[in-house]
Design a protein around this ligand. Sequence first.
Ligand code: NAP
Length: 488
Amino acid sequence: MNDMAQPTAAAQPMWQSVIDGVDRPARDNRQFAVTNPATGEEIARVADCSPSDAEAAIEVAHTALPAWRARTAADRGAILRRWYELMIADEDRLARLITAEMGKPLAEALGEVRYGAGYLKWYAEEAERIYGEIIPAPVDGAKAFVTREPVGVCAAITPWNFPNAMLMRKVAPALAAGCTMVAKPAEDTPLSALAAAQLALEAGVPAGVFNVVPCSRPTEVGAALTESTVVRKLSFTGSTEVGRRLLADCAGTVKRVSMELGGNAPFIVFDDADIDAAIDGAMASKYRNAGQTCVCANRFYVQRGIHDRFCERLAERVAALKVGDGAAEGTEVGPLINQAALDKVVRLLDDATSRGARLVTGGAALGGRFFEPTVLTDVAPGSAIVTEEIFGPVAPIIPFDTENEVIAAANDTPFGLAAYCYTRDLGRAWRMSDALEYGMVGLNEGIISAVSAPFGGVKQSGMGREGSRHGIEDYLEMKYIRMGGLSA
Ligand code: NAP
């Protein structure tokens, strides 16, 4: 491990849960280890919360709710704004923490902290824009109104690939709306969530309003959250498989749910595209975070006239990528999160090559959790590498001839999160964005996430939107009020 990662591990080797504003060990005193995926080294031990700890957190979130929701929106906004400022002031430490626990290059980790903090700033401002309605009275002598109220106690379950940002885009709108929250971060990456909770307290978020229960027993602790009648909403980001199960678990108590699930993004390049822009977009969309993002290009469709040139140019750029410990200077691609992730990439690649796919560059496991950035061509449509989420630095490329053919291929998936399309034909750009069955479309852009834009998917990629002015809606209930007897 190099100099950048050491201080993080040494600075706080033992982390507890944050419940009611206090660092607490698990009630049964269990702990689990967090390891650096680049080195395999243990970097911290963390309280391993049980369902009983989660129930305690739900209880304090319930107790804290009346006072928090009663504060003015301006007050809540001011506290979120302070939290944002503290996060930005501490961005280097927080970025090192992300790199140490999940492996992404430090520059990307810093980008994630700024992106995550951006949700605090955005919703600090949105808190004051939660408007009601006045409805023209339907009968004489009456008035009719709609007010917006916080949903109540919310639960959040978040993944490891953006351990800061995926949580911030839930907690920021929740707290802005006047809700309180219990969050369960991923087992591989609990430190970013705990560090964020410590800064929240420093910023003035009252005890009990935001609680974090790290654990190695997601099913049991998840059940405590989904079965609780006090928790009125669950916001989940993770795989479609787990999301489906949590949806069923929430049915028992008829909870509000937001689901940000898996994707299978097509990246389409037409003959008329600006090839330099398409290559830049492909590099950013595919190889960022070692290919471990839900909006990563998962399969490339390149029109036949530009196909060979695109493959060759992409392969040149990919072969030059520097793979290594994310904390080391100049690293562009870090390790995969765990052995299971690496095994999946190897399985998908073996399957594709056994069906005739050809390696243009890469293809090798590099030891530890590292995998060589790879470009694969002549991929048979229907290969597992095209139908499943790869979550690794591998670009499978399939040639196509016509617009209709590529639209059919792009939509032939149960997922519908993000899609990308490169063309300089304005009519085609609009036809494609209309035809693609996705929640988000990048036209001549490989990176589209922004705090100000609604992030989310259709089909089995989820329900609800995070970020933008719409992201707070999921944390608000409408109340219709009718007042009668006003006639003289
Ligand atoms: P995951 O396995 O579904 O885990 C996500 C979270 O759910 C983790 O906190 C995990 O805890 C927890 N979990 C697992 N099983 C559970 C259960 N039975 N009950 C309650 N909680 C449970 O997904 P992941 O591997 O961390 O993340 C990668 C996936 O997330 C990909 O499919 C990716 O596309 C998706 N994702 C989607 C978005 C989006 O906005 N649409 C953003 C980022 C990622 P443990 O860590 O302890 O297993």
